[in-house]
Design a protein around this ligand. Structure first.
Ligand SMILES: Cc1ncc(COP(=O)(O)O)c(C=O)c1O
Length: 435
């Protein structure tokens, strides 16, 4: 086992603190991780919102193994391999009607960059080159590349990195605990916050705006649900002004909210949709952007021998990723996992909301198999209360995640009621101790 922790600069981690007391994982199966010492840890966050079918699923493992033997790599520019097409056909059977073109990437961040570029290029290709402005939302998370942090709205992810993209603006976030705290499922108040887009249209003029990007359920910023009617209103305003609506479904895609995609759960279809994570069950890096037919078709002009969209990655549609994704889709289908969160939602919600009244709990939010428990911050030390709870749960054999002072839960979709009880029971004990 590695003993020197020095060389590895860890992502999104308090490196110095981690290296004083490392938390290592060396094995995983089903709902569990194991540490190198053999301690079992229940996975309350599907790895990082990605291992939706649970760990080390045989069909996926076998698909990757067989693919590595058969075809390790094929160039994706002007060449292809059959599984990239097979996967695309399978995926568009699952997406909301109309989102029937697939562009492959390798991560959520790359999917976001791809969708933003597609939106701007689409308007230009159809003769409205003035539509270059991108609109995000406060508290949004769209990965870590320059486009994503520009439309994103989490200050810590932005403040160190200069002026970012120009021509970006943000609508208001939807977090409103004064009116919506402890809502079960979608909160009642706040549909009118979508009208903030009208404010930006009035300021910039619709003729300058290419697209609006939002997460249907904001995850990284602390599990914020769309108020009832909010997404519908956003869709209507986009339609009115010819603005493309992009849903970033990197965490909500592949069953997290109880339907294959949150767009279906909420009954609102975007023009472009970004995914990653659950696409391959987290086993091999892969992302994708789904586009409506008419967006794709606008590019299919000009001489046929010329590239239509100057964008793509060396590893777009990588054979191992395609194989992993096909094995993942088989596993989801065989076990009904893309709708299982809706069967578990009521039990999960009851368990989560039983934490109301425990020390420092100021809000609880839930949908499908996503939960957010917001804690009152310690004066002068934002984030510390939740992080202490995370450490306590880790010691007691449950992996949770925190963002700011919100505990976020997103367990594998194979979770049983006993596992729900263990996660929530451990969290309750930790909260009581912290009190
Ligand atoms: C909504 C959303 N978009 C984009 C990303 C970035 O994905 P990745 O870390 O794969 O680049 C994430 C990651 O959590 C996400 O939650």
């Amino acid at each position: 086992m590695t003993t020197d922790l020095d060389a590895y600069w860890m992502p999104f981690t308090a490196n110095r603190q981690f290296k004083k007391a490392p938390r290592l994982l060396s094995k995983a199966s089903g709902m569990h991780f194991w540490t190198p010492e053999g301690r079992e840890v229940l996975d309350g966050i599907a790895g990082l919102w990605c291992v939706n079918a649970g760990h080390a699923r045989p069909k996926i493992v076998e698909a990757i193994r067989a693919q590595a033997l058969e075809l390790d790599f094929a160039p994706p520019f002007n060449m292809a391999h059959p599984k990239a097409f097979e996967l695309a056909e399978r995926l568009v059977q699952l997406t909301p009607a109309g989102l029937n073109k697939v562009f492959y990437t390798n991560s959520g961040s790359e999917s976001v960059e791809t969708a933003l570029k597609m939106a701007i290029a689409y308007h230009r290709a159809r003769g409205e080159g003035s539509r270059t402005r991108l609109i995000g939302r406060e508290r949004g998370y769209h990965g870590v590349n320059f486009g994503g942090i520009s439309v994103g709205g989490m200050v810590a992810n932005r403040k160190m990195f200069g002026s970012m993209l120009t021509g970006v603006d943000h609508i208001r976030h939807t977090h409103d605990p004064a009116r919506n705290a402890f809502s079960i499922g979608q909160p009642q108040h706040g549909a009118e916050l979508a009208d903030d887009l009208e404010r930006l249209v009035a300021l910039h003029d619709a003729s300058t705006i290419a697209a609006v990007i939002v997460e249907p359920v904001a995850g990284s910023t602390g599990v914020l649900l769309p108020p009832q009617g909010y997404l519908e209103r956003l869709r209507a305003i986009c339609d009115k002004h010819g603005i493309l609506l992009i849903f970033d479904e990197v965490i909500t895609g592949f069953g997290r909210t109880g339907a294959p995609f949150a767009a279906q759960r909420f009954g609102v279809t975007p023009d472009l949709m970004t995914v990653a994570k659950g696409l391959t069950n987290g086993c091999v890096p892969m992302g994708a952007v789904f586009a409506k037919q008419h967006i794709h078709d606008v590019f299919m002009n000009g001489p046929e021998h010329l590239i239509e969209f100057f964008h793509g990655y060396t590893y777009s549609g990588h054979p191992l990723a395609c194989a992993a994704a096909l094995g993942t889709l088989d596993t989801y289908a065989e076990e009904g996992l893309l709708t299982r969160a809706s069967e578990m939602e009521a039990y999960f919600a009851d368990a989560l909301h039983s934490l109301k009244g425990l020390p420092h709990v100021i809000d609880i939010r839930n949908i499908g198999l996503v939960g957010g428990i917001e804690l009152a911050p310690i004066d002068g030390s934002p984030g510390k209360r939740a992080f202490d709870i995370f450490l306590e749960c880790w010691e007691r054999g449950v992996l949770i995640r925190t963002t700011g002072d919100t505990v976020a839960l997103s367990p594998p979709l194979i979770i049983s009621k006993t596992h729900v009880d263990q996660i929530v029971g451990t969290l309750a004990d930790a909260l009581k101790r912290a009190g």
